[in-house]
Design a protein around this ligand. Structure first.
Ligand SMILES: Cc1cc2nc3c(=O)[nH]c(=O)nc-3n(C[C@H](O)[C@H](O)[C@H](O)COP(=O)(O)OP(=O)(O)OC[C@H]3O[C@@H](n4cnc5c(N)ncnc54)[C@H](O)[C@@H]3O)c2cc1C
Length: 494
């Protein structure tokens, strides 16, 4: 079989790229291969991630420090907000085109709250609020230290809290709870119905061989055990935790030196209606000690498969697996190569605090997890909560020249071969929220011809109206408000 594009994986990244490419060039042939028997069962699955539409509203990790002059640099939060706006616009286009059938299964409007509860953190949150509030993205944000006000936003945060404990919170409507798995599923379903496109579940990509300008992709049918090959001009490796091993198989020089470091996760969850009904927000706090940024605790109202839950966590954990479904504890050792072993050793040596933290977190008892929950929800009852597994984040590791040894990269990186015939996505933060922005950059790099013609530009403007526009400058305020309101209406989020 011969095709223009092979997509590996059915998570939010591959499925987004598939829809974007097919919308830009309807004549393109695309084959998507996914090892599990249904779409998006790994990191993009609703249970495996926090479902936060990361827009920089509540996540304190994007604005971690207070400067000596008492201000907080909010540049990163503003840029994350703009990236997420690309996703909102893309998904709104999906709803308008009937690609996303029921937006309510995919996105829910949910206020985003930041909470601090120590003397030192209160001035920090106030300074962060003052920095953000000046920007038009964050105009609706409110700040309060008043318990009654905070109770009106999220009663569980206040009930039973020690009267002497200082608390402060910011609150903003317009945040989202996103089921990235449901979006991926809608995208895969639509893609599979398009002319010259097919989606294959229960099919594992096992090898990649260079073939002239393109690739020969070897795929194993998990049921029959039979291998077959597909010739493709372009391959996207969106295999999540499975991306690094496939990238290593491709043998492209750009992959040399990359290693991967998996961080497992767990949630505490309750479905008790009495508790669930009292909390309709996402509440983020600050990272504790050596906690990696993705293990910043938060208390989230979630809607998954039509049911409401509260999730608290994630608690990070040590794991050797790269994938939740069918991953193996040998994934980490088998990914070691002469060209990445140094980076991996340095990560271990220079991040001993992190490794110790991960091991300790994994061994934590339920009672000690409850103690973290009490910081958010002082009246929580242990019997209401159970511990479940979250997804695995596989962090990309590479020692860049001149960089401190042993840096763990928490970013999302797209590696592309020099001839632009193959791209792979490594890393998992900020993750699914920026899938549209990351895939847009992939299209710009690997399919520049699709965006050169007037027709291509007009198609892209239909898909993401602000794809080549800056919405950050003060002069863009009205344009942003206009576009944002339209997308929120189409997504049924107003
Ligand atoms: C605990 C946790 C919380 C998170 N919270 C958030 C959040 O609140 N907001 C946010 O934006 N992001 C969050 N993320 C990150 C987000 O979930 C990921 O960045 C995103 O889902 C990655 O999507 P993906 O398509 O790259 O990978 P995946 O969804 O993992 O998809 C990869 C697919 O490839 C398939 N695959 C693997 N190997 C092969 C192979 N050889 N052949 C064929 N198929 C293969 C897998 O089965 C899988 O379906 C969180 C992640 C975790 C772990």
């Amino acid at each position: 079989m011969k095709t223009d594009v092979v997509l590996i994986g059915s998570g939010i990244m591959s499925s987004t790229l598939g829809v974007m490419l097919k919308e830009l060039k309807p004549g393109l042939s695309i084959q998507l291969f996914e090892v599990t028997d249904r779409p998006a069962q790994e990191a993009s699955n609703g249970w495996h991630n926090a479902g936060t539409g990361h827009a920089g509203i509540c996540e304190l990790s994007y604005t971690p420090d207070m400067e000596e002059d008492g201000t907080v640099d909010v540049t990163k939060a503003i840029s994350v907000f703009e990236d997420f706006e690309h996703s909102l616009q893309f998904w709104a286009h999906g709803v308008r085109k009937g690609i996303i059938k029921e937006p309510g299964d995919c996105l829910q409007p949910l206020p985003h709250i930041s909470l601090v509860h120590t003397e030192e953190q209160v001035p920090y949150l106030k300074a962060r609020f003052e920095g953000l509030k000046k920007h038009h993205f964050f105009e609706p944000m409110e700040y309060s230290t008043d318990r009654e006000k905070i109770r009106s936003w999220a009663p569980l945060l206040v009930e039973g809290r020690d009267e002497d404990q200082p608390i402060a919170a910011t609150h903003m409507d317009g945040g989202t709870d996103v089921n990235f798995g449901a979006i991926s599923e809608n995208f895969c379903d639509w893609l599979g119905e398009q002319k010259d496109c097919e989606t294959h579940f229960g099919h594992r990509v096992v090898d990649l061989t260079k073939n002239g300008k393109g690739w020969i992709v070897t795929v194993c049918d998990e049921l029959s055990g039979e291998n077959r090959t597909v010739e493709a001009d372009f391959v996207f490796i969106g295999a999540g935790g499975g991306s690094l091993p496939l990238l290593q198989k491709s043998g492209i020089p750009e992959a040399k030196g990359y290693g991967a470091f998996p961080i497992g996760g767990q949630w505490m969850i309750t479905g008790n209606p009495e508790v669930v009904e009292k909390h309709t927000a996402k509440v983020y706090g600050q990272a504790l000690g050596a906690a990696p940024t993705m293990a910043v605790p938060h208390l989230d109202a979630r809607v998954i498969d039509g049911e409401k839950y509260l999730l608290f966590g994630p608690f990070a954990a040590w794991t050797g697996k790269f994938l939740h479904e069918g991953g193996s504890h040998t994934d980490l050792p088998f990914s070691i190569r002469p060209n990445n072993i140094l980076s991996l050793i340095k990560v271990g040596l220079f991040n001993l605090d992190l490794v110790k933290y991960l091991v300790e977190q994994g061994l934590q008892s339920k009672s000690s997890r409850m103690r973290e929950l009490y910081n958010f929800y002082p009246d929580a009852r242990e019997e209401d909560w159970e511990v479940i597994d979250a997804g695995i984040r596989v962090q990309a590791i590479k020692q860049e020249p001149g960089e401190e040894p042993g840096i763990v990269h928490y970013g999302t990186e797209v590696l592309t071969s020099e001839d632009r015939s193959i791209s792979a996505l490594l890393g998992a933060s900020p993750g699914a929220s920026v899938s549209t922005q990351v895939m847009l950059e992939c299209v710009e790099k690997c399919f520049p011809e699709l965006l050169e013609s007037e027709e291509g530009k007009s198609r892209m403007s239909d898909i993401i109206p602000n794809w080549n526009e800056d919405l950050i400058g003060a002069e863009s305020r009205d344009r942003y408000l206009d576009l944002h309101a339209k997308a929120m209406k189409d997504l049924n989020l107003l």
